[in-house]
Write a protein that binds this ligand. Structure first.
Ligand code: PRP
Ligand code: URA
Length: 210
C-alpha cells in the first residue's frame, strides 16, 4: 500500500492484475463481480489494520490463553447500486458488520448526487462506517454519503473505492479532510461526461446489467 497523507493506494501485483481484468471492456459480469469482491476485501484489510481491539482470555481444549476481540461496531455503507458488489466479500472477512444501504444516483446533466434511499436514522450510529463505492468521479456522491453519516452521528468514517479521478479525491479530501481514502487505482482524469478515464465505464452496468 502506498500512503500519502490520508490517501492509501493498493500497491500489489494481484490487485493490479484484477484491475486490468475489469478495465477490459470484454470482461463479463462474472469476472467483474469476482474481481470487485476481492479488491474490496483487499481494501478492507488495509482499512482495518488499526482497528481498536481488547485483550480477552480464551479457553482452548488444552489451556487458557490470551487473545483479542475487535472493540468497535463496524458499519458498511454501500452506495447503490455499484457499491453493492463490494459488500459480500467484506462480510466474509467480518460477518458481524452492520450494513446500511444508501441510495444515490448521479443526475447525468447536473452531476448532482440525488438521494433516493436512506434508513440511517432508524438505528444507533456505528463506531466506524466504511463508505463502499467503486467509483470516485467528481466526488459528489461520496461527499453526500459522508455528510449523511456525519449528520447521523458517526465519528469515524473511511472511504473504500476501486477507481478514482484526481478531481474526486480533491473534492472529498477538501470537504472531508478527516476521512481516509482507500483506493485500488488513481486514474488520469474525468472525460467530458465526468466518467473516469481510463476507468471501467459504468460500474453499476458492468456488474449488474452490462
Ligand atoms: C456511480 C458510482 C458513484 C457515482 C460516482 O453511480 O457508483 O456512486 O457514480 O460519481 P460522482 O463521484 O461524480 O458522484 P451512479 O450514479 O452511476 O449510479 P448507479 O450505481 O446506480 O449506476
Ligand atoms: N460512475 C461510473 O459508474 N463510472 C464512472 O466512470 C463515473 C461515474
Amino acid at each position: 500500500m502506498k500512503t500519502t497523507s490520508h490517501i492509501h493506494l493498493l500497491d500489489h501485483p494481484l490487485a493490479n492484475a484484477f484491475l486490468s481484468d475489469i478495465r477490459d471492456k470484454h470482461a463479463g459480469r462474472a469476472v467483474v463481480r469476482q474481481r470487485v469482491r476481492v479488491l474490496a476485501q483487499m481494501l478492507f484489510l488495509e482499512a482495518t489494520s488499526n482497528l481498536p481491539s481488547r485483550v480477552v482470555r480464551v479457553a482452548t481444549p488444552l489451556t487458557m490463553t490470551c487473545g483479542t476481540h475487535i472493540n468497535a461496531d463496524l458499519g458498511l455503507v454501500p452506495i447503490l447500486r455499484a457499491g453493492l458488489g463490494m459488500v459480500d466479500g467484506i462480510l466474509e472477512l467480518w460477518s458481524d458488520a452492520r450494513v446500511f444501504h444508501l441510495g444515490l444516483y448521479r443526475n447525468e446533466q447536473t452531476l448532482e448526487a440525488i438521494e433516493y434511499y436512506n434508513k440511517l436514522h432508524h438505528h444507533k450510529p456505528v463506531d466506524i462506517a466504511f463508505i463502499l463505492d467503486p467509483m470516485l468521479a467528481t466526488g459528489g456522491s461520496a461527499c453526500v454519503a459522508a455528510q449523511r453519516l456525519k449528520s447521523w452521528g458517526v465519528k469515524h468514517i473511511k472511504y473504500l473505492g476501486l477507481f478514482a479521478a484526481p478531481e474526486g479525491v480533491k473534492r472529498l479530501s477538501t470537504e472531508h479532510p478527516d476521512i481516509p481514502i482507500y483506493l485500488s487505482a488513481l486514474d488520469s482524469h474525468l472525460n467530458s461526461r465526468s466518467y473516469i478515464v481510463p476507468g471501467l465505464g459504468d460500474a453499476g452496468d458492468r456488474q449488474f446489467s452490462g
